[in-house]
Design a protein around this ligand. Structure first.
Ligand code: HEC
Ligand code: HEC
Ligand code: HEC
Ligand code: HEC
Length: 173
């Protein structure tokens, strides 16, 4: 009995020591944000109302983080070359444009780092020999003079089985 009591007491002490600490429960946890947003510039110096950005704070149970369009009302003009703001031009439409039609952006793998690449650079015969062509294509791509971006993209999309998420949970997890 005495041994058991000692073992249990030690176990409880150890567990409390480890788990009931601010470090384990992440008190004061601050994730590193992609944009180091300064409240002092916007609120203290510019005198902005909190509700300009946190627009639902007085009507909803939880406050909201502003969308990028709110920032761009000013930052399409102000400090637009500031590198800290680079992630903010990204809008959801930009992501979805590509996710819905990745074929408009795909290119052969060895051309990924070639900024001057154009669909016209592709030689149809070589391309088809390496990547094939979409199963529902009506004509023989290798006999064509040139391939369009969409033909190249469709081929690669099928070949590499590319299916970017377009459902909401795909990005909003
Ligand atoms: C120009 C837009 C803007 C204005 C104005 C603004 N905020 Fe924010 N706020 C943000 C953004 C963006 C975040 C998320 C980024 C972050 O946490 O650093 C945020 C996060 C927060 C957070 C949670 C994160 C944290 O740091 O604890 C609180 C609380 C907050 N704001 C309160 C306020 C209050 C109070 C005011 C008015 C005095 C205000 N904000 C004005 C944009 C704004
Ligand atoms: C009402 C106009 C306005 C809005 C809206 C606004 N800003 Fe700003 N922001 C400014 C001004 C003015 C400055 C100061 C520019 C300067 O110092 O050159 C600034 C500066 C910044 C800086 C640079 C800080 C530095 O240390 O260099 C960042 C980052 C920034 N804003 C992020 C945001 C984000 C993120 C949002 C949206 C949540 C936002 N801003 C919304 C006006 C605005
Ligand atoms: C130029 C095209 C393009 C743009 C722009 C783009 N994506 Fe994607 N994304 C893709 C492709 C292609 C895939 C799928 C890759 C695959 O199937 O292997 C993908 C996959 C993803 C995935 C799933 C990754 C996984 O592991 O399941 C997420 C999440 C995602 N993208 C988020 C975003 C967000 C958020 C943005 C905008 C900020 C964005 N994407 C912009 C092309 C793009
Ligand atoms: C490919 C990734 C991706 C998918 C899929 C996606 N979103 Fe988004 N969404 C984003 C990103 C990135 C933002 C932040 C952009 C911004 O703040 O402007 C965003 C922002 C939002 C916002 C806040 C913007 C605002 O104007 O307040 C809402 C609401 C939203 N998404 C709803 C949806 C719904 C509903 C779906 C499904 C039909 C969806 N999203 C699918 C990437 C995605």
């Amino acid at each position: 009995m005495i041994v058991c009591v000692i073992v249990i007491a030690c176990g409880l002490t150890g567990a409390t020591w480890y788990y009931a600490t601010p470090k384990y429960t992440k008190v004061g946890y601050q994730p590193i944000q992609p944009v180091p947003f300064p409240h002092d510039i916007h609120v203290t110096q510019l005198g902005m109302d909190c509700r300009y950005c946190h627009s639902f704070v007085d009507v909803a149970a939880q406050s909201n983080i502003p969308n990028t369009a709110t920032c761009m009302n000013c930052h399409s003009q102000v400090a637009k070359d500031n590198p800290k703001l680079q992630p903010v031009p990204h809008s959801m439409a930009w992501c979805l444009d590509c996710h819905r039609h990745p074929e408009n952006y795909l290119r052969p793998e060895d051309q990924v780092f070639n900024l001057d690449w154009k669909p016209d650079d592709v030689k149809p015969e070589e391309f088809v020999a390496e990547y094939g062509q979409p199963s529902d294509a009506h004509e023989d791509f290798s006999k064509k003079k040139q391939l369009t971006q969409s033909e190249i993209g469709q081929t690669l999309k099928e070949r590499w089985k590319i299916t970017p998420p377009t459902n909401c949970q795909g990005c909003h997890r």
